[in-house]
Design a protein around this ligand. Structure first.
Ligand SMILES: [Zn+2]
Length: 346
């Protein structure tokens, strides 16, 4: 049974290829972070090694060993894959040495299964040298191997690599489906499931992770509370916030993305549309939608978008936040009350 959920097109393609025995030697699995790329890769690795009747059965020894990460013929290569000495130091690229190791292993027959599967998680991190080296294996693959390239940033891959793989794109799944899986398969209570489904933006893996870890929601509430206080703050306070918020790139980007989703919700509320993401802040969204004009809201959304583009090209973070502080609508005392929503129970 496939563990991949909500990707009927991808599964139909693979099932057809499995039935006709026309699987490709290399697949490029594309999709947003936490959308299910590794789950699909694992499904495919099971399917080509399954000993059951309906592959991937999920129950035979081979399927179970793959699920446990113990199968000798499945190799995952990523920035985090531990090297020989057992040392894990943070790397910035997947190197040519990783690919040479892959090629050596690929030249040997499978050890316990039918097909050796090499999963390259974060294929955008392949160095140019590594990608060119891999190209040779993709063009002339030894028998009994399959290469799965996983990426959220397809545009950063060499076009020669992309063109030689069969491409599978994973799409965001509906919030209704995410909600259903959270409730039915993971026992999450319905209010929390509804909220996580909306916040996940179609990435089931993200929703599942956050469903067992409260820190994300706590941090989100804190970041939103901070934004509410900035809305009614004076200039001096705003600029000292800019210094604090523009401290670290990853956190700056996360904050702006969170704000963008929030302001999109204010815009939707202003236009009378109910499909908002921050469903635990409805009354606050309604208040801000009332206080601000559509133009004010739209201008600030533009400003947030520009900020993300600037972060992507390494612009000065503090300056980015200072400009945001100038552009963020300013309604002193309009909504002094910055209470948090009632926490959603676990
Ligand atoms: Zn099986």
């Amino acid at each position: 049974m496939w563990q991949t959920i909500g990707q009927p097109k991808a599964l139909a393609l693979l099932e057809r290829s499995l039935q006709t025995g026309e699987l490709a030697h290399a697949y490029l699995i594309v999709g947003a972070p936490h959308i299910g790329k590794m789950t699909l890769a694992s499904d495919l690795a099971k399917a080509v090694n399954c000993q059951g009747k309906e592959s991937p059965c999920g129950e035979c020894q081979s399927c179970r060993r793959i699920a446990d990460g113990k199968h000798a013929d499945i190799t995952i290569i990523s920035l985090n894959s531990a090297k020989g000495s057992g040392e894990t130091k943070s790397r910035v690229e997947i190197s040519i040495d990783d690919i040479r190791e892959l090629q050596h292993s690929a030249s040997l027959p499978p050890y316990e299964g039918k097909c050796k599967v090499f999963i390259i998680d974060g294929a955008e991190y392949l160095s140019t040298e590594a990608a060119n080296c891999l190209l040779k294996t993709i063009e002339e693959p030894p028998p009994h191997i399959m290469i799965l390239l996983l990426t959220a940033e397809e545009s950063q891959l060499l076009s020669t690599v992309v063109s030689r793989c069969q491409r599978i794109e994973l799409k965001p799944i509906s919030s209704e489906e995410t909600e259903r899986v959270l409730i039915e398969s993971h026992g999450v209570d319905s209010d929390r499931a509804k909220l996580l489904a909306r916040l996940s933006q179609g990435c089931l893996g993200w929703a599942l992770r956050v469903s067992i870890d409260d820190s994300y929601l706590a941090q989100r509430n804190q970041r939103l509370a901070e934004m509410f206080s900035i809305l009614s703050a004076g200039w001096e306070e705003r600029f000292s916030c800019a210094a604090k918020l523009g401290n670290e790139r990853k956190s700056a980007e996360e904050t702006i993305k969170l704000w963008l989703v929030w302001w999109r919700d204010v815009m939707l509320t202003k236009c009378g549309c109910k499909h908002t993401t921050n469903i635990d802040y409805i009354s606050k969204l309604e208040k801000w939608a009332q206080v601000l004009s559509l133009l004010e809201i739209r201008n600030f959304i533009d400003s947030l978008r520009q900020s993300l583009n600037q972060i992507a090209v390494n612009a000065n973070l503090r300056l980015i936040f200072e400009i945001l502080m100038l552009n963020m609508p300013k309604k002193e005392g309009a909504l002094g009350n910055t209470t948090l929503p009632t926490p959603v129970s676990q």
